[in-house]
Design a protein around this ligand. Structure first.
Ligand code: FRU
Length: 442
């Protein structure tokens, strides 16, 4: 997967990728940075890869934007975000320094311990990223463990509210309770501690917090770790919470336990921003399980790859409920005159460039099959079973399902050879699963 242009889902360009970073509509284009280990199809010293799109459909890979270059980020540029400040692009990230490198793989920390600081790079135009002269250290590792943990405090998500800027960070209290810690600033460069929230609802450690206001309500996207102990695939999932945030008093709270953003198994580390029309849109990493050092998916050119993004989705409140429909621009890719038609379980699907889309209804007991995915409504839950696709030797769950819906539901389904994304009742629930069809399982 090392083509320069990806259609719809962004995929790793012949290497490893994870979280979306710095997702922003800037000077008429969408920019999507992402966690990237450029040398192999497994995780290692993090860099930021960069892709650009005019329409959320065609993504052009631009190569690396942020690379380790300073004493405070020598072992990696972890996740972060972007804002536009008077026409310049401010990129915020976590700088990593390992306690010691693993002798046989210097891209890993020997003990797992690191020190994590917050830093930024200012780009004049989103084309040039001067990693030597335009970076700044903003917040040194936090030593006061009552506030945060110097080895687990990361993923700055910066937003503007009123006259000030706010930065959310994910952390932990003694690896037992997740912490959301916030800083504030008047100029987006000089930061001071603002407030914090510690809760069991944030797992043992919180990653990638993203707080924003939507139709008058504060919502928090978060990736709490360790909440699903013993689960076969992953013990962490992305949640969305109703939150309370009072910027005048510096008060922060959670109003509920959070609900899954996607009912599949792989979606993680979502990041949101506003789109060209001011709507709230998010994108997230679809994790791919692989033996750590063995690699990823086979690609035509022989370079294996691991990691991709879900389709961009809107976040909306309808009658007080959170909906996450596919971003409306995605629909325009399947213009009737440019698509082929294909019959799927007696329904007409649209196909273009190896991507498919099907609008349909499903009633209790019915099942349709799309390229090996079996999708059914059973006991009022939408179930997707990928059992026939997963290669032997790969231990991942075969099925996933939504909570109870009703005796029938409307579906909007997108798929290609690597993924299926099922939007139920226009985003009431979403269920996304990888196929693992091209997995290398030696
Ligand atoms: C989430 C995460 C982040 C971190 C990044 C490192 O998947 O662990 O907390 O910044 O990935 O690649």
């Amino acid at each position: 997967m090392s083509e320069k242009i990806n259609l719809l889902n962004l995929k790793a360009p012949g290497c490893w990728i994870n979280d979306p970073n710095g997702f922003i509509y800037y000077r008429g284009k969408y920019h999507l940075f992402y966690q990237c280990f450029p040398y192999a199809a497994f995780w290692g010293t993090m860099h930021w890869g960069h892709a650009v799109s005019k329409d959320l459909i065609h993504w052009e890979h631009k190569g690396l934007a942020l690379i380790p270059s300073k004493h405070y980020d020598r072992n990696g540029i972890f996740s972060g975000s972007a804002i536009d400040v008077e026409g310049r692009l401010y990129l915020y990230y976590t700088g990593i320094v390992y306690a010691g490198e693993e002798p046989e793989n210097i891209h890993l920390s020997a003990s797992g311990d690191s020190r994590q600081c917050q830093a930024m790079l200012i780009s004049e135009n989103a084309d040039d990223f001067d990693n030597f002269n335009s970076k700044r250290l903003l917040i040194a590792p936090i030593e006061d463990r009552e506030l945060a943990d110097p080895g687990d405090c990361r993923d700055p998500k910066v937003f503007r509210h009123g006259e000030r800027f706010y930065m959310c960070l994910g952390s932990t209290h003694e690896k037992r309770r997740g912490v959301l810690i916030m800083y504030s600033s008047i100029n987006a460069v000089d930061w001071e501690y603002f407030c914090r929230l510690e809760s069991d609802r944030l797992g043992h450690t919180l990653e990638c917090p993203d707080l924003f206001k939507l139709s008058g309500r504060w919502l928090l996207l978060g990736s709490p770790m360790g909440m699903w102990k013993g689960r076969a695939d992953y013990d962490s999932q992305a949640l969305i919470y109703n939150a309370g945030f009072d910027p005048d008093r510096g008060e922060l709270s959670l109003m509920d336990e959070g609900r899954l953003l996607d009912y599949g198994l792989e979606l993680y580390a979502p990041q949101s921003n506003t789109d060209a029309c001011g709507r709230r849109v998010y994108i997230a990493w679809m994790r791919m399980q692989r033996p750590m050092r063995a690699g990823g998916n086979a690609a035509a050119d022989g370079r294996s790859w691991n990691g991709m993004m879900c389709l961009p989705r809107l976040l909306e409140l309808r009658d007080g409920e959170i909906y996450t429909p596919v971003h409306p621009d995605i629909r325009s890719f399947f213009k009737a005159e440019e698509c082929m038609e294909r019959s799927i379980s007696g329904r007409r699907a649209s196909i273009r460039d190896g991507k498919g889309r099907l609008f349909t209804e499903l009633s209790e007991g019915e099942e349709i099959e799309i390229d090996g995915y079996k999708i059914s409504l059973s006991s009022k839950r939408l179930i997707c079973d990928r059992g026939s696709l997963v290669p032997e030797g790969l231990s991942v769950s075969k099925r996933a399902g939504t909570p109870c819906i009703a005796d029938s539901c409307e579906l909007e389904i997108y798929w290609d050879e690597d993924i299926v994304e099922i939007f139920v009742n226009d985003g009431q629930y979403v269920l996304s699963l990888l196929s693992y069809r091209n997995a290398i399982t030696e």
